[in-house]
Design a protein around this ligand. Structure first.
Ligand SMILES: *Cc1c(COP(=O)(O)O)cnc(C)c1O
Length: 392
């Protein structure tokens, strides 16, 4: 039997997950605003309730619009199953509270997203879960902590906001050796640039709020992996209740049709902008995995197909220089978001790590003079000219 060539990510972005959800010849998935789903008799109802027949029962569990969104992400990540959440943080907390029990140990890194870091330092310890946060780029130290035994290895690569890169395959292998489950936040890379499941992780998650939706108009989260693991996480979510709203699912689905197109453009523009910034005397450091000067550039090249649309940089003059520079940008929202069609810029103190104190940010290795710059789909020449005048 000849094997069919797998579809490209551009084709999947457009078509995946849609075909079984087009009613009455509609060419677009409808927003099904219905809390519950009715049946003609108890037997038909029970078949769906017990999973013997496809269908939906109640909106906190499943919904057709939401299911189409999950299916699109599932196919792009090459997973067996996917389930969704109201936000990215709901995805992360549901995963961690599904997999971890009192007495368990979780190994992660200092550089995770600010909200994730809060889960590790504030919430999990209250349930007597031991958390070990390692230096993100010291793979030997991470492996040594894993070797002491753990239930979960939690990774994020590239990291927010300093764009550090973890060797996903290497660390997943070390974790599996001690019987741990491996989770990776793939928000920054997107499934267009990186597929952590193919690198050996057990669960991959996204804040769909960012690149997947891409239009900064809907919050959402999603996790993909094996049927068994995803079902466990789904069960935790259907009971605790952070379900994705059908309207948000519709906006995310619609945004995802251009995912490949947007990310390809953002990859290209971000590299050009990073190279431009690196040549500027008023910029002291640029963080972007696509630069050959990036300490983990070789790892990034091996595990990523593109380096993503986010970069960060430091200005001579620290936070005062940042404060003066940001309002001079004409083609960037100063806002706490990333991954949208518009360019967005801000310091970690008011964006990714607003939840953390200056001391905590310092401990995580996040300098106060840093600017995170999420490249939109504008013409790159305009963005570079804008940066040039703002640095001026
Ligand atoms: C934004 C973000 C999250 C949290 O997602 P929300 O949708 O805001 O809850 C998690 N991880 C990363 C890397 C993010 O950038």
């Amino acid at each position: 039997m000849s094997k069919q060539k797998p579809l490209g990510s551009g084709t999947m972005s457009v078509w995946a997950g849609e075909e079984n959800n087009l009613w009455w010849g509609a060419t677009q998935v409808p927003v099904v605003h219905s809390v519950s789903f009715g049946y003609p008799d108890v037997d038909a109802w029970q078949d769906v309730a017990l999973g013997r027949a496809p269908g939906h029962i109640y909106g906190r569990n499943t919904n057709p619009t939401v299911a189409a969104f999950e299916e699109k992400v599932r196919l792009l990540e090459g997973a067996d199953a996917a389930t969704s959440f109201a936000t990215g943080m709901a995805a992360i907390s549901n995963i961690l509270f599904t997999l971890l029990s009192p007495g368990d140990r979780v190994v992660s890194v200092k550089d995770t997203y600010g909200g994730t870091n809060k889960l590790f330092l504030e919430f999990l310890p209250r349930f007597h879960i031991k958390v070990e946060l390692c230096n993100t780029t010291n793979h030997e130290a991470i492996e040594a902590e894993i070797a002491k035994g753990c239930r979960v290895l939690y990774m994020e690569s590239p990291t927010n906001p300093t764009l550090k890169v973890m060797d996903i395959a290497r660390l997943a292998k070390a974790a599996h050796k001690v019987g741990a489950l491996v989770v990776a936040d793939n928000t920054f890379a997107t499934p267009i640039n990186q597929n952590p499941l193919a690198l050996g992780v057990d669960l991959v998650l996204h804040s769909a709020t960012k690149f997947l939706g891409g239009h900064a108009d809907a919050l959402g989260g999603v996790v993909c992996g094996s049927k068994e693991l995803v079902h466990q996480v789904y069960h935790h979510r259907e009971i605790t209740g952070a379900a994705l709203d059908p309207m948000a699912a519709y906006l995310l689905l619609r945004g995802m049709k251009t995912l490949q197109l947007r990310v390809a453009r953002q990859n290209e523009s971000a590299l050009k902008i990073a190279q431009f910034l690196e040549s500027q005397p008023s910029v002291t450091q640029v963080f972007y995995p696509g630069l050959s000067s990036h300490p983990q550039h070789e790892i990034a090249r091996q595990q990523m197909r593109g380096f993503g649309g986010v970069l960060s940089f430091m200005l001579k003059g620290g936070f005062d220089a940042v404060r003066a520079f940001l309002p001079r940008l004409r083609h960037a929202h100063l806002a706490a978001n990333l991954g949208a069609v518009e360019t967005i810029a801000g310091p970690p103190a008011t964006t990714s790590h607003v939840e953390c104190t200056p001391e905590e940010r310092a401990a995580m290795g996040i300098p106060e003079g840093l600017i995170r710059y999420s490249v939109g789909i504008e013409d790159v020449d305009d963005l570079i000219a804008d940066l040039k005048q703002a640095l001026g």
